[in-house]
Design a protein around this ligand. Structure first.
Ligand SMILES: Nc1nc2c(ncn2[C@@H]2O[C@H](COP(=O)(O)OP(=O)(O)OP(=O)(O)O)[C@@H](O)[C@H]2O)c(=O)[nH]1
Length: 335
């Protein structure tokens, strides 16, 4: 787009904080949701307008989360193409009775509306992220009561956005290991359960691996617990780098990790384990050039016609790890 085609718009004073807060909430480009649509419909109903929108203002685009009265082919439009850009930058509430007469809006595309009223969606820190707005095809001014209620409804929309983000964060925390960022034991067993169910219908190759760092207690004793933590983080990163997107790497607890390998039979899984074992063996630990680690691997696979549960798979791989430890560590055993 040529620069001269761009519609100009004002920026909020705290634009960079505003954008950071908006992106952190993770609402942009999410699908339509009934709860938002209900609030949008209520806004139109209470202001007596044919159109209402929940709009978020990104760096250079306006993104519509919910629209009432109009089907949208594209939920993004240029930031300068709506009065919402002014609401976010300048005032908690903006009413333009006739957009043809207002210098801010007369050059904007506005085929379907003549009146605009928008209330800021403000975070609890006072950052304006977007608007709840109504539009009418007639020139008019909503009553003071309608405008007050529109503002209060905008607070409800903002609370819904913040609640959704908090729920997503809680779900993430509940399934993630804080030290390594890998899936935790709960997420591992959940995924294993899903894959076993899928496997009983579609019969694809599926393997499970337990990985246990050797003599990790000695690492902690010699180098300290903080260094032990760095080792765990690097092991996690190494396992992640060696896995495919469809696989799952998890920290089971302590110095024990697990891998679910999709479309891998026993032979392929043993090869994977051996490559990864060598990578861990050769891995340099940041800040400790003299420190080397190794790990023992236990591999098992789902076999056709046999009933498996997450527990039986784990137990088979764990027994194989035990044999690897007994046989001298830094090796792969399967069964
Ligand atoms: N730094 C650190 N250490 C941990 C963490 N979780 C468990 N550990 C330590 O991991 C060690 C595990 O020791 P052991 O179970 O005896 O196993 P090992 O020394 O690796 O011996 P083998 O498994 O037999 O090779 C213990 O010293 C735990 O304190 C953690 O989050 N951070």
């Amino acid at each position: 787009m040529a620069d001269s085609d761009r519609l100009h718009f004002p920026l909020a004073e705290d634009e960079s904080r505003r954008l950071a807060a908006l992106h952190q909430l993770g609402i942009l480009d999410t699908p339509r949701e009934d709860d938002f649509d209900l609030l949008t419909e209520l806004a139109a109903e209470l202001c007596g307008t044919p159109y209402a929108f929940v709009v978020l203002i990104d760096a250079d685009r306006i993104w519509v989360k919910s629209a009432f009265g109009m089907g949208l082919q594209d939920s993004s439009l240029q930031r300068g193409a709506s009065p919402c850009a002014y609401v976010v930058a300048q005032q908690p509430m903006l009413v333009i009775e006739d957009v043809d007469l207002d210098p801010r809006t007369r050059n904007m595309p506005h085929a379907h509306f003549q009146m605009y009223a928008g209330a800021q969606l403000r975070t609890s820190d006072g950052l304006a992220l977007g608007t709840l707005c109504v539009e009418d095809s007639r020139v008019r001014r909503p009553s003071e009561k309608q405008l007050e209620l529109l503002q209060r409804l905008a607070q409800q929309v903002m609370q819904l956005i913040e609640l959704r983000a908090a729920k997503r964060e809680l779900l993430h925390q509940a399934s993630t290991d804080a030290l390594t960022g890998l899936a935790n034991r709960r997420a591992l067993f959940q995924r294993l359960q899903q894959e076993l169910a899928r496997n009983s219908r579609h019969h694809f190759a599926l393997s499970f691996v337990v990985i246990d760092i050797d003599h990790f207690k000695t690492v902690n004793d010699r180098y300290g617990h903080a260094t032990g933590d760095v080792v765990l983080q690097q092991v996690a990163e190494c396992l992640r780098l060696h896995s495919r997107e469809t696989d799952l790497i998890a920290r089971f607890g302590g110095e024990e990790f697990c891998a679910i390998l999709i479309d891998s039979d026993l032979e392929m899984a043993v090869q994977w384990a051996d490559r990864t074992r060598v990578a861990l063996h050769n891995m340099q630990i940041n800040g400790f050039p003299q420190l080397r680690i190794s790990a023992s691997f236990g591999v098992t696979s789902v076999s056709k016609g046999q009933d498996h549960t997450p527990d039986t798979l784990f137990s088979a791989a764990d027994k194989a790890v035990y044999r690897a430890k007994q046989a001298g560590r830094d090796r792969v055993e399967s069964g």
